[in-house]
Design a protein around this ligand. Structure first.
Ligand SMILES: Nc1ncnc2c1ncn2[C@@H]1O[C@H](COP(=O)(O)OP(=O)(O)OP(=O)(O)O)[C@@H](O)[C@H]1O
Length: 627
């Protein structure tokens, strides 16, 4: 073999390569018997023989170390395979390493991941997963940017919300070193040899195993860690309301991750005071400690139900979230027509509720739950919903033939059992909203399930004045002006004129809000155009025509990309999103980059209720107690 010139440092390497080369050439011409040595031990012993002959010292060194390596390996196999020392090792480990698993389905999972990112992972981690922001977070960030920072910079930088990718990460917390093992959720399968295997499911949510070395504390430290992270998260949500919707996905928490958004002020939902105050007072009393003690002493389950009924766009959903925010509660929204939601899933959702919260059963009548059929029939209007409904009908017909009950439907008995079943949580506030309360089964709204009914009607003169003032009066967060008192007087005067030009109880607050938002920078134009706009809208609605075009003539030129005051933003944003994740038709939330898209077509497009039917309701007592 030709000599290889190399620097001294690489000489041993060159020699080993030469040994391999010699070994390979020794194989050529081997007898079939020699080929049996082509097993791993054979190759190794051949290799050792060659190394010994070429480099006796290296060969001796390897021969001296080899027994220890083999012995250590055998010891490890002995421990792991035959389990003699396994329990001892496990015990030792459990004494010294505390470990807690946060499953992907637990609500703390997302919070812990957020904490990890907040600890500087963004800068240091080699792999992160981008998370999509919801539109409220985007709006918030946009508003932050308007408050001084460079808008495009803020958007570019902060919209990149990340989550840790699968891997092992360490952080220090309170002097302890915590290890976070983030793994894809695994699926348990039994292999051919009967061994249970855990196969990772790609792109599935990830569970986190948190561990830390501890001599004495056991789980205490990890529990304290989780409590602190949860408390920090709760503090960051203090001025926010989180709205949860069913996830209907085995790998996520039953209520999904929730959408956190700025609290809606209860004042931003305009409602006659004789309807609003009793509701707030009732909830205040229900949430008080005295009532909790009283109910406990009497052995009565602490639950309260409210029915908010009235035409679309009158603020039932908005008031529910504002009420939740007022009492620092989160909202759990269920639309009974959600595909895949059946009695079992509904019961699981109610089981997973926290003790104090608002549960909103939206548009309960649209689920079509009737005693006779004991099943709900979706009445949705989107193309997809129609397709779903048709498929469901076909399936139901097939199932009926087979004598089975259709899955994915809520039955009346299922709903009643869930609402006040044994697992129902104490301290929850149940709010049902309905456009046609008379169609509801009496069992659903009997006292004990529904304790108070409140009618939400079209905008009365009082509501018209309040809504006008709410949109045009300067918010306290705006800089005070010397002529502020004078300006307030002018706005009050304009509000009276505005209300005088619109027939009382003829249009929904959503329609009024849409109109006011169009004129948000020009109160004088809002007053000037009001009579013509209202007359045209009422006439168009009476014909049953689409009112969008009619409203265009009353559209003021858009000047700002965002409403210029915080209350406007609140007034303009609906609190509950429509089921398909799109915006509610009545919503006209200001979106950061585009001009105001408020349209007064909203309420009337949805005017599927009979106006005459509601005339009767207006004469009723506004708040009926069901006690
Ligand atoms: N009384 C009100 N005061 C202020 N804004 C209102 C009021 N009623 C409705 N709105 C506005 O109209 C939009 C739709 O309101 P919301 O969804 O609460 O009505 P709803 O009565 O629940 O309608 P539906 O019966 O169709 O579910 C929201 O943007 C909300 O801000």
């Amino acid at each position: 073999m030709s000599a290889i010139r190399a620097r001294p440092g690489v000489l041993p390497l060159v020699k080993i390569v030469q040994s391999f080369s010699d070994f390979a050439s020794s194989l050529s011409g081997s007898s079939p018997d020699d080929l049996t040595s082509l097993t791993l031990p054979g190759i190794l012993s051949n290799l050792l023989r060659i190394i010994r002959s070429k480099h006796p010292t290296l060969g001796k060194a390897i021969a001296a170390v080899a027994p220890f390596v083999v012995g250590y390996y055998a010891w490890l196999r002995f421990i792991s395979d035959y389990g003699v020392l396994k329990p001892v090792m496990e015990r030792l480990r459990s004494l010294m390493v505390a470990r807690i698993i946060v499953p992907s389905t637990h609500k703390l999972n997302r919070i812990v991941k957020k904490w990890m990112v907040s600890q500087g992972m963004k800068a240091n981690a080699s792999s992160l997963t981008l998370r999509t922001l919801d539109r409220f977070q985007e709006l918030e960030q946009y508003q932050d940017s308007q408050a001084g920072r460079n808008a495009s910079e803020t958007k570019r930088k902060e919209l990149l919300e990340c989550e840790p990718d699968a891997g092992t990460y360490t952080f220090r917390f309170d002097g302890h070193r915590l290890t976070f093992d983030v793994r894809y959720s695994t699926e348990e399968t039994v292999g051919g040899n009967g061994v249970i295997q855990h196969i990772a499911r790609d792109n599935e949510p990830m569970q986190i195993t948190i561990s830390c070395f501890t001599f004495t504390g056991g789980m205490k430290f990890l529990q304290e860690f989780l409590e602190q992270v949860e408390a920090e998260h709760a503090a960051s949500q203090r001025n926010r309301t989180t709205v949860y919707r069913p996830a209907l996905d085995d790998e996520r928490p039953p209520w999904g991750d929730g959408l956190s958004r700025p609290k809606r002020k209860i004042d931003s939902v305009t409602l006659a005071s004789d309807r609003k105050l009793p509701l707030i007072q009732d909830v205040t009393s229900y949430l008080s400690d005295e009532i909790a003690i009283l109910y406990a002493n009497l052995g009565v389950p602490l639950r309260r139900g409210y029915l908010l009924h009235g035409p679309p766009g009158t603020g039932k959903s908005s008031f529910s979230t504002a009420l939740a925010g007022h009492f620092d509660l989160d909202v759990y929204v269920v639309t009974l027509t959600t595909p895949g939601l059946d009695d079992k899933a509904l019961s699981a959702l109610f089981d997973a509720l926290p003790d104090r919260c608002v549960v909103l059963l939206e548009d309960i009548d649209s689920a079509g739950i009737q005693r006779e059929t004991m099943r709900s029939t979706p009445k949705k209007t989107t193309k997809k919903a129609k397709r779903d409904a048709k498929n469901k009908r076909n399936k139901r017909d097939r199932d009926d033939d087979a004598g089975e009950r259709e899955p994915g439907c809520i039955t009346l008995s299922g709903l009643l059992n869930t609402i006040d079943g044994p697992c129902s949580k104490d301290g929850r506030i149940l709010i049902m909203t309905s456009n046609t309360p008379d169609s509801l089964d009496p069992a659903l709204v009997r006292p004990g399930r529904i304790d108070m009914k409140t009618y939400f009607g079209n905008a009365s003169t009082e509501v018209l004045i309040d809504m006008f003032k709410h949109v045009f009066t300067k918010s306290p967060s705006e800089p005070a002006r010397s002529d502020a008192a004078q300006e307030d007087l002018v706005i009050n005067d304009m509000a009276n004129h505005f209300a005088a030009d619109i027939p009382s109880e003829a249009l929904s607050p959503a329609e009024i809000q849409g109109y006011l938002m169009i004129h948000r920078n020009d109160p004088a134009a809002a007053v000037e155009n009001a009579a013509g706009w209202a007359a045209q809208l009422i006439e168009t609605k009476a014909r049953g025509a689409n009112v969008s075009a009619a409203n265009e003539s009353f559209r003021a030129p858009a000047r700002d990309v965002l409403p210029n005051r915080e209350d406007n933003e609140q007034a303009g944003s609906s609190d509950i999103e429509s089921e398909d994740g799109g915006e509610d038709e009545n919503d006209s939330p200001p979106s950061p980059p585009s001009s105001c898209s408020s349209s007064v077509s909203n309420g009337s497009d949805r005017a599927h209720y009979e106006e005459d039917e509601w005339r009767g309701h207006e004469d009723r007592a506004h708040c009926e107690r069901n006690e």
